[in-house]
Design a protein around this ligand. Sequence first.
Ligand code: ADP
Ligand code: ZN
Length: 367
Amino acid sequence: MKKNYSIKVSLKNNPYEVLVGKNVLRKYKNKIFSTIKDAKKIFIITDTTIKKLHLKKIQQIIPKKFFIKTLTISPGEKMKDIKTINKISDFLLKNKISRNDAIFALGGGVIGDISGFLASITLRGINLIQFPTTLLAQVDSSIGGKTGVNSSYGKNLIGSFYQPKLVVCDTIFLTTLPRRELIAGYAEIIKYGIIYDKNFFIWLNKNTKKLLNNSALETIKAIKRSVEIKKEFILKDEKDVKNFRALLNFGHTFAHSLENCAKYSKNLLHGEAVSIGMCMASKLSNNLGFLSLNNYLKIKNTLSDFSLPINIEFLKKIRIQKKQIVKNMVYDKKNLSGKINFVLCKDIGKVFVYNKVKKDSIRKSIS
Ligand code: ADP
Ligand code: ZN
């Protein structure tokens, strides 16, 4: 097994690489700065937790000739709004940012989404490099160019598509990640196996223990394969208009509703909601006759082996009602046509979009 990987996301207008491995930050220092040749200033956006743990690692690799400013926000989804965007863009402009300069996003999904959106709108586009520090951000949100913030009408409703110049997935960041956050990241990784690659799903099953014990080479391989799979969907449907990128949302129609019920609190992490959501989507697929019982159970057991939640028992504390779960789904932003789009599974590695699900079937798949 190799130690480092470079995955090329060869989009016609914005090709970029994703570096995956341990210490890639240091090893590929030259490559990182060659993607922002004309920059004079670097603006690092991070949160207070990550600043304490990892900011130094970035500062150490930045050549002396750069003017560096670090912007730190409080951690958490609450910060992901237009007010934060306003504040930071004022700061960038006050410090005379130019279009050749660069924004470094150092953090999880929240920092990545905020920084990406800022980079896309400030002066109509600033260079962006993503340094994702959570497993979830490394395998999902930092790749693909979806950026944005939340509105009072819902999550991620204000945003843009904006590709970074480079994504640096360094596994040294993951050593400080709370176990619960690490496990949540595996929900999206298992998702890639279910939607695209049966062999990867089988490999994840075989290596569960090693992965949960942070075994270096296996972790790197899991991230690398996830990035490769996400890349396939992005290349076929960069702007999410061909019902192809939508397949990445397996389990997410349910998950978004559950997260809404939990008021986006720490009681339910996104990965945990996706895990429960994938169990429900698999049960629905089985109930409608698309997926065998055996495969449904395989999916559920795999998630459970990774210590992920597989039903709403997990949410007892929040007292979520089935009725509310169904009701929320109608308001999911992907369903503006009135029909609920479900990604269903017919075999491990094979999913499809289906919009003829009746409310009663949805109810029966919630447990
Ligand atoms: P994601 O959406 O990628 O799961 P968030 O941006 O919501 O992540 O971050 C989750 C939490 O984890 C935040 O409180 C953040 O400060 C913290 N965090 C991010 N990266 C690390 C890390 N490498 N070590 C410890 N905590 C981290
Ligand atoms: Zn997700």
